[in-house]
Design a protein around this ligand. Sequence first.
Ligand code: ADP
Length: 397
Amino acid sequence: MKILVLNCGSSSLKYQLIDMTTEAALAKGLVERIGIAGSRLVHQKEGMDKVTIESDIPNHDVAVKLVIEALMDAGHGVISDVSEIKAAGHRVVHGGEFFTKSAIVTDEVKKAISECVALAPLHNPANLTGIEACEKLMGDTPQVAVFDTAFHQTMPEKAFLYPIPYGLYEKYKIRKYGFHGTSHNYVTARAAAMLGKPIEQLKLISCHLGNGASVCAVDGGKSVDTSMGLTPLEGLMMGTRSGDMDPAAVAFIMDKEGLTTKQMENLLNKESGVLGISGISSDFRDIEDAVAKGNERAKTTLDMFHYRVAKYIGSYAAAMNGVDAVIFTAGVGENGTDTRLAICEYLGYLGVNADEAKNNVRGKEVDFSVDGAKVRALAIPTNEELVIARDTHGLCK
Ligand code: ADP
């Protein structure tokens, strides 16, 4: 059974066609600049070079059509007919309190996704557009929605409520939802397999450190707390997002700088974090290069990042009354070997003890703890597409 996995952004669409008998990606690609001049599709058949198709792509309907054409192409394609795609799995960012797990798309499901637009105004409309484009182009092929928030719906009230007037939760559902759920779910399951123990018996802290970054406390396989909140702005300092700060500073800055709500949102989401402090870039590799050249502010940026991740790990070890393993994943977690070591430096008191030689691995599963360390330190490449494909397969078998 072949499953198309789609991750639609407002101007982009990432896809993979996964064969569920082997769980291998047969082809993958990215449509960029949808609705903007210079739009294109970059497609790659497994084991072959990438091909770039420059084309006018005014909307997601055209983007999905081009993806299906690329998948059926005589040269770089992997199927001969669209009917070989048995189901499509869509990443949907916000499922609010409606979804605790993935769901087959129906009119009610689409309505619920629409009702969450206010909570994820940049993401949910694009996710819906992708679903509707597939409905138009793939007839009755089942569609499944896989939510970034669903994994965190197991959080207890004491973790998800904000200490503001309770009426605001009742009226607008203002609470912590958490994101990156698909990734935290995948890496914690892999960690249990690596440790050779049932996940029900493990306390795990998963650090998804990419452009967006979040930490999640997973007790017995269930998310009990996570650093992102109502939106993906809360929590860690990220590539361009501030993460946690005093909410009073928001009103103060708006007042002093004469900013509108939108401008302030933009400042916190796009101009802050690693980019904001360093003044150089949101990309960790650029910051590491600058540190190597003696740039002090770049050094401060990395120090802040490590410190803030370490503080979350400490607080989640406290929340769970212990921890068996700390997991690093996503771009920085999988490849940033210095970052991993710097964070582990803070965690000696917990029983984390990283082995420098074992840590010298990028993009691969590794337990980089010294032999006998009480708390294991693991690097695990995430695979959100595979989780989406598995959930879709499970619901459409
Ligand atoms: P996204 O949230 O966009 O999916 P990724 O998970 O791809 O992000 O992570 C992107 C980040 O990973 C970038 O900041 C990049 O600098 C960082 N990264 C990638 N490779 C390395 C590396 N070898 N060393 C340090 N950081 C890396």
